[in-house]
Write a protein that binds this ligand. Structure first.
Ligand code: C5P
Length: 224
């Protein structure tokens, strides 16, 4: 990337489930004064839309998922582009267990991936964004100004996820169950979860969120 590049700023933040991508991206985007796009939320919204069809997931064809995707749009909020279903906020629905269990199946469909990627690229053509996901720095924005790869140990990711959901630290049983769930999802998402060769790796296991955000903002400002 040349130092004369004036294309809209894109910062990609990729990594496995619960590595802190989404919360970090929100804070980085706010500090840079740009909007955040959470590509996982788009896959979740497509899954929620298809689930509304009511038929068994074994019957879902790629074509039927693509048709369901047409109900999904990205709407600009103050700090992010928020996915909507038929124009309506669907945050609670897309975070539910039914969507989480089926989203990897939907995300494996090549035409669905192409559809999501086109939606994100279209957004970035007109706006500076911080975008998080699994393959934003590889498949979607190979020329992004800054690419971050976030990692954390599975038990630490599980601890954060339970804390986020319940507001308290997990007991040993919850921690084991959550770690197993995350590792199973890592396995299902393995093919599309790859770091870009030129990504900056940040292991968030032992550092505070402030520190991670500060490092990424510093790098983004250098390259802006
Ligand atoms: O990030 P989040 O856990 O919300 O993502 C939900 C799912 O969407 C992931 O488990 C993965 O299957 C899929 N995904 C993807 N590529 C992305 C973002 C998410 O395949 N860029």
């Amino acid at each position: 990337m040349s130092s004369y590049d004036r294309s809209p700023l894109v910062v990609t933040i990729d990594g496995p489930a619960a590595s802190g991508k989404s919360s970090t991206s929100t804070l980085v985007a706010a500090r840079l004064g740009v909007r955040h796009v959470d590509s996982g939320m788009i896959y979740r919204s497509v899954t929620a839309s298809r689930l509304r069809g009511g038929d068994a997931p074994e019957l879902w064809t790629e074509q039927s998922v693509l048709e369901a995707a047409r109900a999904v749009s990205l709407s600009p909020g103050e700090t992010s582009f928020v996915p909507r279903l038929h124009g309506v906020d669907c945050e609670a629905e897309i975070r539910g267990e039914a969507v989480t269990a089926l989203v990897s199946l939907v995300a494996k469909m090549p035409h669905v991936r192409a559809w999501v990627n086109a939606l994100v690229r279209q957004t970035a053509a007109a706006h500076e964004i911080v975008v998080d996901g699994r393959d934003m720095g590889t498949a979607v924005f190979p020329d992004a100004r800054l690419k971050i790869w976030l990692v954390a140990l599975p038990a630490e990711r599980a601890r954060r996820r339970v804390l986020q959901r319940t507001g308290r630290a997990p007991n040993a049983e919850e921690l084991a169950a959550e770690t197993a769930e995350l590792e199973a999802r890592d396995l299902k998402d393995r093919e599309q979860t790859q770091p870009a060769a030129d990504a900056v790796w940040i292991d968030t296991t032992g550092i505070s969120q402030d520190e991670q955000v500060g490092r990424i903002v510093g790098l983004a400002e250098e390259r802006r």
